[in-house]
Design a protein around this ligand. Structure first.
Ligand SMILES: [Ca+2]
Length: 319
């Protein structure tokens, strides 16, 4: 298990005469203390490029024996060190000593430099019990979205996956994937922030709409990953079809935790979901035109007739 180490020194060593780099590096002051004229020294384990201080730090976390890292903002050079101490340099270096060093979500990623959509490593869970997880970050328009579910090509069999799959997550963050219910629980309950939810859907005619919810959290496995969903935003372009799942437990084809007394909604339909009896929407069901209505991604309040959905995303942003 990778853990955040407070002792990982981040160094922005910038020659005083060096021009300011063209891409501004945003520094989150709550996370990083600035120190002048100090640089971490020690045996050099690795030297490579990184897009940001946080990426450099994550590289250090993943590198056996790495204790400190130095990041050069101007050249984007990342040094991984088996550090022994810090030494004072004369007028050349600025050091950032992190209070917390790993991004907890895509907002941390955005605030620490990267501006491009893509896969980033974040840390999930209570401090002292963290794990590193790859997620897809949408970082455009200065809003950081952490994608937790993505359907785009039908390459991942969401509808056939069982409880253990949904528990741990599946797929790849650079394509179709589900972050997993244990990760979702730790992300929404133990990350230290509250999150809102946006659902993006695109149908086979190319119509793209979204629905916003002001708060989402997922309880733990002992409570069957019960969903808390509040505050549908009626300025959304999509009429609500998900709020009825608020308070529902998660069900899969091998676990019936729904509110349907005589039926097993995840078998009547397909895909793990927060069914009641049974659902007005589901994003985990079959992909593409070769599935009936029960076995397809659905959104009952879609404004037009649709054959199937080509794109479906659930993503979270910090409130
Ligand atoms: Ca049932």
């Amino acid at each position: 298990m990778a853990m955040c180490r407070v002792g990982c020194f981040l160094l922005m060593y910038t020659m005083l005469s060096t021009a300011v780099p063209s891409a501004p590096i945003k520094i989150r002051q709550e996370l990083f203390e600035q120190h002048q004229d100090t640089r971490s020294t020690g045996r050099l384990l690795s030297e490579s490029s990184a897009r940001s201080k946080v990426e450099c730090t994550v590289m250090c976390l993943d590198y056996s024996g790495c204790r400190d890292c130095n990041y050069d903002v101007a050249t984007k050079k990342c040094e991984l060190l088996q550090a022994e101490n810090s030494t004072v340099q004369t007028g050349t270096y600025t050091m950032s000593k992190p209070v917390a060093i790993c991004p907890r979500d895509c907002e941390d990623v955005l605030l620490n430099g990267p501006i491009n959509d893509g896969v980033y490593t974040i840390e999930i869970g209570n401090y002292g019990n963290e794990r590193l997880v790859d997620v897809y970050c949408e970082l455009s328009n200065d809003i950081a979205w952490t994608v937790i579910l993505k359907r785009m090509d039908g390459s991942v069999p969401f509808k056939d996956n069982v409880w253990s799959d949904y528990k741990s997550g599946f797929g790849n963050a650079d394509g179709e994937y589900y972050l997993g219910n244990d990760n979702l629980h730790d992300f929404t309950i133990h990350n230290g922030y509250n999150y809102s939810l946006r659902i993006d859907l695109t149908d086979d005619a190319g119509i793209s709409l979204y629905a916003d919810y002001m708060y989402i959290s997922i309880n733990d496995e002992a409570d069957k990953y019960r969903l808390k969903l509040e505050g549908y935003d009626d300025s959304s372009t999509l009429v609500d079809s998900f709020s009825k799942s608020d308070g529902q437990m998660f069900s899969t084809s091998d676990q019936d935790n729904d509110s349907h007394n005589s039926g097993h909604c995840a078998q009547i339909n397909s895909g793990g979901w927060w069914y009641w009896s049974c659902t007005f929407c589901k994003l985990t069901s079959g992909y593409g035109p070769d599935n009936d209505a029960y076995n397809s991604i659905t959104w009952n309040n879609w404004p037009e007739h649709y054959e199937y959905f080509t794109y479906a995303v659930m993503k979270l942003s910090r409130k």
